[in-house]
Design a protein around this ligand. Structure first.
Ligand code: NAD
Length: 342
């Protein structure tokens, strides 16, 4: 397939990242329809692509002949939008989290299997060059046995961030700082650790952003099947978006991500640093990073090659299971839980 006919559902904040990624791929993509329930948002997105139709009705998209659709809608709508597209015969790349419940995620995977279409989930930070190198080193055993991990996220979300019709609610956002922001850290640690999570002891709280229903802070001890314990902490009531940090430690070395930079220490070698090739702040909100474009390119090159598209929805569902495990344990008085999907 030389060219792909592409649709987008959801033209809110994150759609700016897709607009610039698509603009650099017009040699192989035709962006033919943009849908948002707020028509002006669809029109603003569509105006960047000659011939692109804007609509406030997903049915207009479902009637078209498309190769792929990007789902950028609120978390609780991912299942219905993804499944409608798969049923219509389109391949789908959806934003994280795959869904808000395991049952929804499983249903989406089954729909993809039954329709024979592909479903991928965005976890763009896996594509950071230093993370790719860390995964390669860990796979080769260069860090020895993995002993532990930690991640720390201290970000700033003002009350105005929650003044919309879905953020800040258990039903629609599915949680707060863990499912929306810190899910990326959890996904990276899982990606690097490379083995199942066996037990989670979590705590969640609402300390500063008291106008919302969901948590604004959380921490957890997450034990993997190799015995390594992952110390997780996150809040979104800090005064600024401080650089996210994720560290994995082995008996012979460690890798430390700070925003998009990775520092690698290996026994008997000079420590070294892998800088990102992309400017993380290039035209976008800095803490989103700039790796959506890389994953989107990978999505289309895999589709073209007839290979499985990234990120495997089963793997994305395992990351969601850790998020939900932190919630379950936190709500049950920090009682340790096993994740519901491994
Ligand atoms: N990967 C990342 O780093 C990253 C960063 C930000 C957001 N996201 C994800 O992107 C998704 C959207 O987040 P956002 O911040 O852009 O939210 P947003 O609220 O700004 O945008 C959502 C858009 O969907 C539209 N919408 C809602 N219901 C609809 C429907 N039934 N039909 C058509 N359109 C509908 C809304 O009008 C809105 O424009 C979420 O899944 C979020 O987690 C990912």
């Amino acid at each position: 397939m030389d060219r792909f006919r592409v649709g987008v559902i959801g033209c809110g904040r994150i759609s700016a990242v897709y607009k610039s990624a698509f603009s650099a791929m017009l040699d192989s993509l035709d962006i033919v329809i943009a849908v948002d329930k707020v028509r002006e948002r669809a029109e603003a997105f569509a105006s960047a692509f000659p011939g692109c139709i804007a609509s406030d009705d997903i049915e207009d998209l479902l009637r078209m002949n498309l190769d792929a659709v990007h789902v950028l809608t609120p978390h609780f709508l991912h299942r219905c939008h993804v499944e409608a597209c798969l049923e219509a015969g389109f391949n789908v790349l959806t934003e994280k989290p795959i869904a808000t419940t395991i049952a929804d995620g499983e249903s989406m995977i089954q729909t993809a299997e039954r329709t024979g279409r592909q479903l991928g989930v965005i976890f763009q930070n896996r594509y950071i060059e230093g993370i790719q190198e860390a995964r390669r080193l860990i796979g080769q055993g260069a860090l020895g046995e993995l002993r532990g991990a930690w991640s720390h996220l201290a970000w700033h979300r003002p009350p105005s961030y929650y003044q919309c019709d879905w953020k800040g609610s258990w039903e629609k956002e599915g949680g707060g700082v863990v499912i929306d922001q810190a899910i990326h850290s959890i996904d990276l640690v899982r990606y690097l650790m490379g083995c199942p999570v066996e037990e989670i002891q979590g705590h969640i709280g609402r300390r500063i952003l008291t106008m919302i229903e969901v948590e604004d802070e959380a921490d957890a001890a997450i034990r993997f099947s190799n015995g390594a314990v992952y110390v997780f902490s996150a809040c979104n009531y800090f005064i600024e978006n401080s650089p996210i940090r994720v560290c994995v430690e082995g008996e012979k070395g460690s890798v430390l991500l700070t925003e998009s930079v990775v520092d690698i220490v290996l026994e008997g070698q000079k420590p070294y640093r892998i800088d990102p090739s992309l400017d993380p702040g290039d035209g976008h909100v800095r803490y989103w990073g700039n790796y959506h474009a890389v994953q989107i390119r990978d999505f289309y090159s895999r589709l073209r090659a007839g290979e499985k598209v990234p990120v495997d929805p089963r793997d994305a569902l395992r990351t969601l299971a850790v998020v939900l495990g932190i919630y379950e344990s936190g709500k049950n008085g920090e009682v340790p839980v096993r994740p519901g999907y491994i």
